[in-house]
Design a protein around this ligand. Structure first.
Ligand code: BGC
Length: 486
């Protein structure tokens, strides 16, 4: 915990989930949570608002798809540009820019006079989310002590889940009046808060060192992590940075770094192609099949079994990610997700043949519901928080911003492809086969994680780099894989 990293001993200070209370580290947590809230609220709110928007603005199916998906497109572009912004202007300024774009876009959405301003605003909102989705975890990883870094970065995912839950609740509360402008307008609040809090924060010691501002790096390290050997830690950062100075995009694809890049991209893509957003999106139908026949019953079931379970299981992951490590959580979660998806597929196969006739939940329906909860909880324990954590840890200091941007952009791209193709796949091969496909992808992800992903628990970012180099050496001297045991 922070006390170890800070080198402080034996004080009777309150201990929190993130370790001994230190104001500036606490604020790091706050700012990271705000970046996640933007992402989550935005991800969740549109499902409840879309029907009303379509009615008010007379949107056909294609325009509804545009309104929904342009956020993802904006996020993809935003994530790609965020790497350069975070490297050039700093992690903190990138978060401020993300917050401003998000708030401006949200204002545009809620005041829009017509469809095209709405679409443009959705793109701007997405752009802000994309920038924040790179800058937030990056900031957390570079600020936090290594012993609790997993917790700091995964609090980003916690905020994503809270944002989704808040969006579901606001959708539910406002749906009787159909006030979609208010639903969308609420997202101005986390955007403005992010700008205000991020403006008050320093940049990260690693970014200050990168741009030659050692005094600022020292002041920041002293007030956040503290401890005796601040200069020693800055020297370690410096020597890792000195390996190469000005880096450009081509360095991200350098053969030496390519393996880390593949791991980052693989994690980002597996997080999406194992079906999370399809399951969330499809939850109402699953609940309907489970016998929740009224829209109100379905909304409550979604809020509880998707929203609340997602938040609670993420909290558990945060508590254990630095204790058990990243890979054990991934293994446990992927097994749970596979079992749940197979159960959902089986239940759909049975329900297809013997549909529920109303009159309350059937046994098969209840099995589906339980499987759904198991799936969400397993994702929230594993791929949800662990992917963002690993992506922010595995790249060297000098290319971290850009490499994270590439991996995050792949995450958005995969999200876009899954959301755009999910319904067509389902129409073509049916629900059981679609969920089985997600289950197969979970199994592939499991073995891929086993072979390719390093364990980063408890290591400093510089030690993680050293481990990649060791791994390369070990690969050249055959049969001595560094990550074989975790
Ligand atoms: C994913 C989102 C997903 C959310 C669910 C995030 O980590 O990137 O696509 O909707 O988790 O909690």
């Amino acid at each position: 915990m922070a006390a170890t990293a800070a080198g402080s001993v034996g004080q009777a200070t309150p201990r929190l989930i993130f370790g001994r209370f230190r104001f500036w580290l606490f604020m790091v947590g706050v700012v990271v949570i705000l970046t996640g809230l933007l992402f989550g609220y935005d991800q969740g709110v549109i499902s409840g608002a879309l029907g009303f928007i379509a009615k008010d603005l007379h949107l056909g199916t294609t325009l509804q798809e545009v309104v929904t998906s342009w956020v993802t497109l904006g996020a993809l572009v935003g994530a790609l540009l965020a790497g350069g912004l975070a490297d050039r202007l700093g992690r903190q300024k990138a978060m401020v820019i993300g917050g401003v774009l998000f708030a401006v876009g949200a204002l545009g959405e809620s005041l829009t006079p017509g469809t095209w301003i709405l679409v443009l605003s959705r793109f701007v909102v997405g752009f802000g989310v994309g920038v924040a989705s790179v800058a937030g975890p990056l900031y957390a990883a570079e600020m936090a002590p290594s012993s609790t870094r997993g917790r700091y970065v995964s609090s980003y995912q916690l905020a994503v889940t809270i944002g989704i839950l808040l969006a579901d609740i606001s959708d539910a509360l406002l749906s009787s009046s159909g006030r979609w402008r208010v639903m969308l307008g609420f997202s101005i609040v986390p955007g403005v808060l992010l700008v205000l809090v991020a403006l008050a924060m320093p940049d990260t010691p690693r970014w200050y060192m990168r741009v030659g501002r050692r005094a600022d790096a020292k002041a920041c390290l002293a007030k956040t992590i503290g401890g005796p050997d601040v200069d020693g830690r800055l020297d370690t950062i410096q020597s890792e940075l000195s390996a190469s100075k000005d880096v450009g995009w081509k360095d991200v694809f350098d053969p030496e770094l390519r393996r880390a890049l593949w791991v980052g991209i693989g994690l980002a893509v597996f997080q999406q192609v194992t079906g999370i957003n399809a399951v969330i999106y499809y939850s109402d139908k699953i609940f309907k099949l489970a016998g929740f026949t009224t829209p109100h019953g379905q909304t409550v079931a979604t809020i509880v079994s998707v929203g609340v379970v997602n938040v609670l299981a993420t909290l558990i992951a945060i508590a254990f990610i630095d204790k058990f490590g990243r890979k054990p959580l991934l293994y446990a979660g992927l097994i749970g997700m596979t079992v749940a998806l197979v159960a959902i597929a089986g239940a759909f196969a049975i329900l297809d043949r013997h549909p529920t006739t109303g009159g309350g939940p059937s046994i098969t329906g209840i099995v589906t519901l339980v499987a759904m909860v198991v799936y969400i909880a397993s994702f929230a324990l594993s791929l949800g928080p662990v992917v963002w954590t690993l992506i922010s840890e595995i790249f060297p200091n000098r290319i971290r911003g850009k490499a994270m941007a590439v991996a995050t952009a792949f995450n958005w791209l995969a999200a876009f492809i899954v959301s755009a193709s999910f319904l067509s796949i389902m129409n073509a091969i049916g629900e059981p086969a679609t969920f089985l496909l997600f289950a197969v992808l979970c199994v592939i992800a499991f073995f891929w994680v086993r072979v390719k992903v390093p364990e980063t628990k408890g290591k400093s970012l510089e030690q993680i780099q050293a481990a990649w180099a060791e791994h390369d050496k070990a690969r050249r001297a055959p049969r001595k894989p560094v990550y074989a045991s975790d």
